[in-house]
Design a protein around this ligand. Sequence first.
Ligand SMILES: [Zn+2]
Length: 125
Amino acid sequence: MKMKVEIITPVYYKKPDFITGESEKRKQYLFKCAACGAELGIDFQKQIQNCWTGKTDEVTDREHEELKAHYGIGSSNKSHEGGLPVFDKVACTPCSGQYYTYSGVNEFSNSTFTVQIQGIAKDGK
Ligand SMILES: [Zn+2]
């Protein structure tokens, strides 16, 4: 897996981009396509819903393994800030670009979550 453009790279200390109950109005983490400038979004709830499998349906098992290797997720399966790593794929319709996203999801109390966006990278293919 070769990433052509990395828009966000992982850090160990990061303020949450989403907190259940505090930032409900924020549905998505927005970023701009590096190729065409279109606005793209990462759906926070979708990352939370998939935190136990570690990936959304858009990401294949093979891509999942490659993404874990790319971001250095070891057998402990912890995201950089200590949560559960969740991978998703976001397509840019105008330029048919594809982005892989890496989020850290933490359940800090019963059914309350934080989401940290740890990686956004454009596929090199
Ligand atoms: Zn684009």
